[in-house]
Design a binder for this molecule. Structure first.
Ligand SMILES: *Cc1c(COP(=O)(O)O)cnc(C)c1O
Length: 402
């Protein structure tokens, strides 16, 4: 009989969102008359921009004509899109070669797939609280994980500990779930730590476009030296509403190497290319044309209008936290607001309390790691009206109980 990958037995039951759904449907069954507002959504809700849809439509037309039909494309992505991404990075002052850019079907798959390039015998450093994909993909490979704590004391921006060695380091900034965002000085320390440890940083910048504070970096390559130690994952999912359309890009600079057992310096860019050419046949032409349109002036303006709209919701939520003097992070350069549960409650108790008393759904912090036990995540992805109504109920509930 085929032998199973035992590492999968080590995976923790991912019960966060199913448990949330279960409790919400039980509540609705008991209280069919009550209105429920979901601020737990981790998915965009605004439709694609006009420019993007038009680009998809005309690319679809091309696919239906013999003269312009396209079959297999380059695994790394079409030049037109790689060039558009290159220009996008120039705006951050970052120069990339086109062959350092790999177009993908999203950041989730690539943050997981990149682990193919690294031996099982690497120590992986992962912040807690965390986006669960980093933990689960490394667990599937049987790698040793060490955690660093994000807490109120470090504003949920854990910094490297020089007494601990790591080979692979996951950083997500602006962060999901905490909304916290590293500044240049802090990222400088991470890059220095990675260079000292010959480690590779796996930098998730899926929320890059939510950064509005001009002093904060959009890309880790804004920090000198990162080009020789960091891989960056980006996505149009949150930037331009592509969660269902699927397109992202991964930057693997040619200067990054990893050691083989016989002492050779392997160039990660070459090996990632090899991996992609073997296991991936590229993103659909129509979708790459849509992605190209996002990077046009008009497309960028439409994407900015979406993020601005979400950020107005985020402001409504963070203003409420300010008013009620609740400790929180995020909401300024991120669509997530992460706050301390009031009345010393743990996050599941607070989940029930908020649902039962206010009909508002959020996400218990415990689902993102032990440092989230007393914290709670709200998102800016619902409508303006619902967000405002949810915060009105939230204020009333807390004032009545405070
Ligand atoms: C939403 C999200 C992504 C984007 O994933 P896609 O696969 O591109 O949709 C990546 N990282 C984090 C932390 C996210 O929250």
């Amino acid at each position: 009989m085929a032998k199973f990958n035992e590492n999968f037995l080590e995976l923790k039951e991912s019960y966060l969102f199913s448990e949330v759904a279960k409790r919400v449907s039980a509540f609705k069954e008991q209280h069919p008359e009550r209105s429920v507002i979901r601020l737990g959504i981790g998915d965009v809700t605004l439709p694609l921009g006009k420019t993007v849809v038009e680009a998809m439509r005309s690319a679809a037309e091309e696919m239906g004509q013999a003269e312009t039909f396209r079959g297999y494309g380059p695994e790394q992505g079409y030049d037109f899109l790689r060039t558009a991404i290159q220009k996008h990075y120039k705006a951050f002052g970052v120069e990339l070669d086109a062959d350092e850019i790999f177009v993908s079907d999203g950041a989730k798959s690539d943050t997981g797939n990149i682990t193919d390039l690294f031996s099982k015998d690497n120590t992986v450093l992962i912040p807690d609280p965390v986006y669960p994909v980093y933990v689960d993909t490394n667990t599937m490979n049987g790698r040793n994980i060490i955690y660093i704590n994000g807490t109120a004391e470090n504003d949920f921006l854990p910094m490297p500990d020089r007494s601990v060695h790591a080979d692979l380091i996951y950083i997500c900034s602006p962060n999901n779930p905490t909304g916290a965002c590293y500044n240049r000085t802090q990222l400088r320390k991470w890059v220095d730590y990675a260079l000292e440890n010959d480690a590779v940083i796996l930098f998730d910048s899926a929320y890059e476009s939510f950064v509005s504070d001009e002093s904060l970096p959009h890309s880790i390559y804004e920090i000198a030296g990162a080009e020789s130690c960091a891989v960056e994952f980006c996505s149009l999912s949150k930037t331009a509403g592509f969660t269902g359309t699927r397109c992202g890009y991964t930057i693997v600079p040619k200067a990054i190497t990893a050691k083989s057992a016989d002492g050779r310096e392997m160039i990660l860019n070459k090996m990632w290319n090899r991996r992609q050419c073997t296991k991936f046949n590229g993103v659909p032409y129509v979708i790459q044309r849509a992605a190209e349109a996002v990077f046009s002036d008009q497309g960028m303006a439409e994407a900015r209008a979406m993020t601005d709209s979400y950020m107005e919701n985020a402001r409504i939520i963070s203003n409420t936290m300010e008013e009620l003097k609740i400790r929180y992070t995020g909401g300024i350069n991120s669509p997530y607001i992460w706050f301390e549960c009031p009345f010393g409650m743990n996050s599941w108790d607070f989940f029930d309390f908020l649902l039962e008393k206010a009909g508002v759904v959020g996400t218990p912090g415990a689902g993102f790691g032990k440092n989230g036990d007393n914290w709670f995540r709200l998102t800016a992805f619902n409508s303006r009206e619902n967000t405002a109504e949810a915060m009105k109920r939230f204020r009333t509930l807390l004032s009545a109980n405070g």
